[in-house]
Design a protein around this ligand. Structure first.
Ligand code: PHE
Ligand code: ZN
Length: 875
């Protein structure tokens, strides 16, 4: 049977509780040169919840060499068990028993980065979602919770540090006669029952930054952050972020940390951002290391939010976990909502909200409208790894946010208190979460639950009339069909709104004088009326109150009013986006000139610049054009070269027309010395944006200015920012700067990632050849996911006019990369494969070229990659 055939589909509807429970697990992990021996002793008992009384025990395992198996201390003869297709079936087992297996694994050969593997000389694990089965035989599913005791053994000289979940309880030297001297061991005990996907182990020689945190109830928690010795000076920001997150979760959710020690380990080779293993988080170096000299401001912000995200999982994910992987958003959507709120409280709320919405709209919306669309709670999957998606994470967070809005902060808190209390130590469902919201608020949310099961981005159309002092707003909703879901039902959509007078002041909406309200659209069409003294400009979907596409026929004056006066940060930004999109459409569809379009927008943009000092970060957001990908998504068929010409012409016009403003900003926002606070970050952001418009316009003297900024940079934000502008515009000195940069930073992997990314981001078909050459660069490594994402990911996901080069070279390079990668790391290959999801939207010749390239890859693809390609190719 071929991978990806329907027999490999797992369905939510088929869920059955586990046949056996595993109250206790003892692991002994003996790390040797070239292989590792894992002895697992599981205490098993039949699950009373399964009244069909299954007699056989079935365990999961992959890439394991079974050396021995015994039941209650007696070795099992081969006739008592069968090993096949990743399953170990032990026949006719008793009600309660102990099973001990010894397996041999080869972490050194593990390039998939799931299970136990090696990264830069250390050993580490990644078990979510189904990696634990690569370590030992186990019921590898999130609803089997076990108390783990783990002994790790290794050579003391190379692996002085041996970590696992929970608290260290014993350690010692190994005395053995096999000539392998200097070995030691440490035993860790995790008092909290957990699913095996939260298991972790690390063995290595690492530097440690130590601190402590005193919880609200006065317990002292040791905080240990580990990285390679050379990176010790890059851990301070993560430590500060961690302590802020711990305090925030106590204050906002009443959640305290529950072990005596919390550890984070930074790892270079990692498939995702980070992992919330109980008491032992493992992080991609890119999401934990930070230093002004090597790390951009954006990456500093990411570290703060990812550290918080993983920490928050201790309650939303670990103490209360998921019944099955269909419920993934139960922990991820909720935890993303929590980390977004944390970031909003630590930084500028308006800026964080616009950044989060911008990300959702630019990345999750396209996913939800393409061949990979699926509900927040999918009903089926082939490889669960492919469902760590923007829909589960980001749309899932919006679904939790809407419940927060519907209930209000106080009831929402009462509902989460109930949720944590009722389900502590259990594996539960998204429905269980919503039920708590219903019980506390007394609201019927059955209609709301459709947000979890129905895929696709709803379109809300707004139309209005103003007659005899009555303003009537008619809202109608429609969700287009998605693969496998043709018919859609109306959803419960909260629309927050205000109505502005001609001077942009919000009008009173009722006798109490409220100027903002939330209307709930539940049916296909509903009308809401407000008596008003004048015809208003509607400020709709304030704060992006629901993840929908809003269609309303704004006229240009209304948009300028919103941009200039609206108090809602999202609506201001949205108005700017609408102005940009319509100007670009006129260039693309009507062939109007960029200069002409710019003149229409000029007064509005000058208004934003005039107020830039109030909040430079927000001004930067308002003055940033939509990406070429986002512009392309508004035009059918997708023609990336044409989109690039229009976007580029418009940006050049913007650079030229406001030349003086950009120069003034670039000069006045320069800071005498580096500061790390939000104010300084906002200024740097606007300053780099001003420089980029000057670079695009090839303004007089800008190459020199940028070379100087590059050379005298006070931090990486300026250094890489200047380099990127030089390179993407082919300005004088660009190639020299690239060489100098590589020379300076050759030993800093995360900086070199940025060096690769900057080059892959240069628009236009010539970049394909450059990326191809860089694939043979001595520092390019297929086994390093960050590097692959930096080079190939940037080309495929961030550079449409190069990826879809007319000669098909980008498509061929993509296919080649997928093949190479799939043999090394199928998860990363599948993720990169998502980059082809716009295939059917492309101009026909481009679509054919991409299809041809991908069809070839489909032959012999891994199960992970095959699932993605089949959906995209429509197989
Ligand atoms: N659970 C991780 C998170 O916090 C993501 C992850 C999934 C990491 C799978 C590794 C593997 O979002
Ligand atoms: Zn998460």
């Amino acid at each position: 049977m071929r991978d990806g055939s329907p027999a490999n589909v797992t369905r939510l509807a088929d869920y059955l509780p586990p046949a056996y429970l595993v109250p206790r697990t003892h692991l002994d992990v003996d790390i040797r040169d070239g292989h590792t021996l894992v002895t697992a002793t599981l205490t098993l008992e039949r699950n009373p919840a399964r009244d069909d009384r299954p007699e056989d025990l079935v365990l999961d395992g992959e890439h394991l060499e079974l050396l021995s198996l015994s039941l209650d201390g007696a070795a099992l003869p081969a006739s008592r068990y069968r090993e096949a297709d990743g399953r170990l079936t032990v026949f006719s087992v008793p009600e309660r028993f102990e099973l001990t297996s010894v397996v041999r694994i080869e972490p050194e050969k593990n390039t998939a980065l799931e299970g136990l593997y090696r990264s830069n000389g250390m050993y580490c694990t990644q078990c979510e979602a189904e990696g634990f089965r690569r370590i030992t035989w186990f019921p590898d599913r999130p609803d089997v919770l076990s108390r783990f005791t783990t002994t790790v053994r290794a050579d003391r000289e190379h692996y002085p540090l041996l970590l696992s979940n929970g608290n260290p309880v014993a350690s010692g030297e190994e005395s053995e006669g096999d000539g392998q001297g200097g070995r030691h061991w440490v035993t860790w005990e995790d008092p909290f029952p957990k699913p095996c996907y939260l298991f972790a182990l690390v063995a290595g020689d690492l530097a440690c930054l130590k601190d402590t945190f005193t919880t609200a109830s006065g317990r002292q928690v040791a905080l240990h952050l580990y990285a390679e010795h050379r990176d010790l000076d890059k851990l301070d920001h993560a430590m500060v972020s961690l302590k802020k997150a711990m305090a925030w979760d106590e204050r906002v959710y009443g959640r305290e940390y529950d072990l005596d020690i919390f550890q984070i380990v930074a790892v270079s080779h990692f498939n995702m951002g980070a992992m919330e293993n109980k008491g032992l988080n493992i992080f991609n170096t890119a999401c934990v290391l930070a230093h002004p000299a090597t790390t951009t401001d954006a990456a500093f912000e990411r570290v703060e939010s990812v550290v918080a995200h993983e920490y928050f999982h201790n309650w939303s994910g670990n103490r209360v976990t998921c019944r099955d992987w269909f419920q993934l958003s139960l922990k991820e959507g909720f935890t993303v909502f929590r980390d977004q709120e944390f970031s909003s409280d630590m930084n500028s709320r308006a800026v964080v909200r616009v950044e989060n919405v911008n990300f959702l709209v630019n990345h999750q919306f396209p996913e939800d409208q393409g061949p990979l669309a699926h509900p927040v709670r999918p009903a089926q999957y082939q490889k669960i790894d492919n469902f760590y998606t923007l829909t589960v994470y980001e749309k899932g967070a919006e679904v939790v946010r809407m419940q927060h809005e519907l209930l209000g902060a106080e009831d929402f808190r009462r509902a989460t208190d109930l949720y944590f209390e009722r389900f502590d130590g259990q594996a539960v469902t998204c429905d269980d979460f919503v039920t708590c919201m219903e019980e506390v608020s007394g609201r019927d949310l059955s209609g709301f639950k459709r947000w979890y099961s129905q895929a696709g981005t709803p379109i809300v159309r707004a139309e209005d009339t103003y007659v005899d002092g009555l303003y009537s707003l008619t809202l109608s909703q429609h969700t287009p069909a998605t693969p496998g879901q043709a018919d859609k039902q109306p959803l419960m959509i909260p629309v927050k709104l205000a109505l502005l007078d001609p001077r942009g002041k919000p009008l009173a909406l009722n006798d109490q004088g409220d100027t903002e309200t939330v209307v709930i659209l539940e049916r296909a069409t509903q009308t809401f009326s407000f008596p008003l003294p004048v015809k208003p400009t509607p400020s709709l979907l304030r704060g992006f109150s629901a993840p929908v596409i809003l269609r309303y026929d704004f006229d240009e004056t209304q948009l300028q009013t919103l941009l200039a006066h609206d108090s809602d940060g999202f609506c201001r930004w949205d108005a700017a986006q609408r102005l940009y999109f319509s100007a670009l459409s006129r260039i693309i569809e009507q062939g109007e000139s960029a200069e002409q379009q710019l003149e229409r927008l000029r007064p509005a943009l000058e208004g934003v610049i005039r107020r830039a000092a109030e909040d430079p970060a927000q001004a930067a957001l308002l003055l940033t054009l939509p990406t070429e990908t986002a512009i392309g998504d508004r035009h059918a068929p997708l023609d990336p070269a044409r989109v690039h010409r229009a976007a580029h012409a418009f940006k050049v016009a913007l650079g030229r027309a406001l030349d003086e403003d950009w120069r003034r900003l670039a000069e006045s926002l320069r800071e005498p010395e580096y500061r790390a606070d939000g104010d300084a970050m906002g200024k740097r952001r606007l300053r780099m944006l001003a420089l980029s418009y000057l670079g695009l316009a090839k303004a007089d003297g800008i190459a020199d200015d940028l070379q100087r900024t590059f050379r005298d940079a006070s931090c990486m934000t300026e250094e890489i920012g200047a380099l990127g502008i030089l390179v993407s515009n082919g300005l004088d000195g660009a190639e020299t700067a690239l060489e100098q940069f590589a020379e300076r930073w050759r030993d800093e992997a995360l900086v070199m990632d940025q060096w690769f990314a900057v080059q892959a981001a240069v628009p236009g078909p010539a970049t394909v050849a450059r990326v191809k050459a860089l694939m043979s660069h001595p520092d390019f490594e297929w086994t390093l996911p960050n590097r692959v994402r930096a080079l190939i990911g940037t080309l495929v996901n961030g550079n449409p006019s190069a990826f879809h080069a007319e000669d098909g070279s980008g498509h061929r390079l993509f296919a080649e990369a997928l093949k190479t990668l799939d043999a090394i790391n199928p998860q990363i290959a599948a993720r990169l494969g998502n980059g082809a999801a716009r295939l059917d939207r492309l101009r026909e010749d481009l679509s054919t070229s991409l299809r041809t390239a991908l069809s070839e890859v489909r032959e012999g693809a891994s199960a992970n990659l095959a699932e993605v390609l089949d959906r995209i190719l429509g197989a």
